[in-house]
Design a protein around this ligand. Structure first.
Ligand code: AMP
Ligand code: MG
Length: 355
């Protein structure tokens, strides 16, 4: 057991992207010391909070799996702050389309799969001979990684299966007592995890949709590659083991409802039009309901014209609903385009029913 400490980085340093100054804060000095001692530390990234440890040390990485309760066959992403940290992780050079994508999207929420180097312990990659790598853009993440000058293996800093953490408080709620330190860097901007891609001969296979959208990738690489989102049947194979587990789920049962359905009819058909139900609705749908017909609680997720806002707040909506103790959460689907693809991917994995 740890007496978990939460140390905040000033908002102004984050807003100014002051990586060098952040690296000199007590929070980062302490975090770096823990990492060098093979402990794990939670820190903010632009996607979600990560639970980091030295990716090259088996003993350290094992502690990540233990703190989260993560299945040992679900590999981790290695986070770097500088391209010169790549050779220790991967076999061979980076060239071609991988290089193009890195030049365009790093630092940022794009994770690429490479053949792994012999130096990587098996535990980090869950026995695969490939390794997932990304360079986050959050100044706190970059400050910590460059301070220790080591690649950090870092999955999301939640208990395995729960909604990912986008605030330090979310990490605390899940991991209090299980880790020594949470570096608080405020709210994560993107709110859903990185896009994980694998490059095949003529195909960019999106194993997990995320912060970098399919159209952003297509725009960079043009017609030379087909960009496709791997379907769940494919990712059930060992390719991306993480995708086979239940994920992102609140404790409260979550149903997704299709926006074409008439809400008030659904609520009465399923006998859930009561105050134990929370309905999370878009602005647009909210304008179309007569609130007098609805006894369930309503939460506005924002407009479907701002999918970035919905992505940023998604996990917080789910965690808040859990805290309020509803029996059921009903959430409206969002358009399956741009970052909405990542939102729908998370919701479908979290939901017990789609109606
Ligand atoms: P998380 O750490 O919770 O963000 O999850 C990391 C995701 O990346 C999971 O879905 C993993 O299955 C996936 N992943 C990590 N390493 C690899 C790899 N070598 N090959 C394919 N997918 C990977
Ligand atoms: Mg995760």
């Amino acid at each position: 057991m740890f007496n978990t400490e939460v140390l905040k980085i000033k908002d102004s340093l984050i807003e100014d992207n002051a990586i060098d100054k952040i690296a000199e804060t007590t929070a980062i000095k302490k975090a770096a010391q823990y990492i060098l001692n093979n402990e794990v530390v939670a820190f903010p990234t632009e996607t979600v909070y990560g639970l980091g440890a030295n990716a090259l040390e088996k003993q350290a990485v094992t502690k990540i799996f233990k703190a989260k309760g993560r299945p040992s066959d679900n590999p981790l992403i290695a986070h770097i702050s500088d391209k010169n940290q790549l050779p220790v992780l991967i076999e061979g050079d980076v060239s071609g389309v991988a290089e193009e994508l890195i030049n365009e999207f790093w630092p940022g929420p794009l994770t690429l799969i490479f053949n792994k180097s012999m130096k990587m312990p098996q535990v980090t990659t869950a026995g695969l001979n490939t390794i997932a790598v990304r360079m986050p853009s959050h100044p706190v993440a970059l400050a910590l990684i460059s301070k220790v000058n080591l690649p950090l293996a870092a999955p999301s800093a939640n208990s395995s299966g729960f909604p990912s953490p986008t605030r330090a408080q979310h990490v605390y709620n899940d991991l209090n007592g299980k880790i020594p330190l949470i570096v608080d860097g405020g709210i994560c901007n993107i709110g859903v995890e990185s896009t994980v891609i694998e490059i095949e001969e003529n195909i960019i296979n999106i194993l997990r949709p995320g912060g970098i959208t399919r159209s952003m990738i297509s725009e960079v690489i043009g017609d030379a590659y087909q960009v496709k989102i791997a379907d769940t049947a494919e990712v059930n194979k060992p390719k991306s083991p993480g995708m086979k587990y239940k994920h992102y789920a609140p404790q409260t049962p979550l149903w997704i409802f299709k926006s074409k359905n008439i809400l008030v009819n659904l609520l009465s058909e399923y006998n859930i039009n009561n105050e134990n139900t929370l309905v999370i609705l878009s602005d647009e749908s909210l304008n179309n309901v007569d609130e007098n017909d609805i006894q369930a609680n309503i939460k506005n997720m924002g407009t479907i014209n701002n999918l970035e806002y919905i992505a940023q707040n998604l996990f917080n909506f789910l965690r808040e609903a859990d805290q309020k103790g509803y029996d059921l959460i009903l959430i409206e689907e969002v358009p399956n385009k741009d970052i909405g693809e990542a939102v729908m991917n998370r919701l479908k994995k979290a939901a017990v029913k789609i109606i």
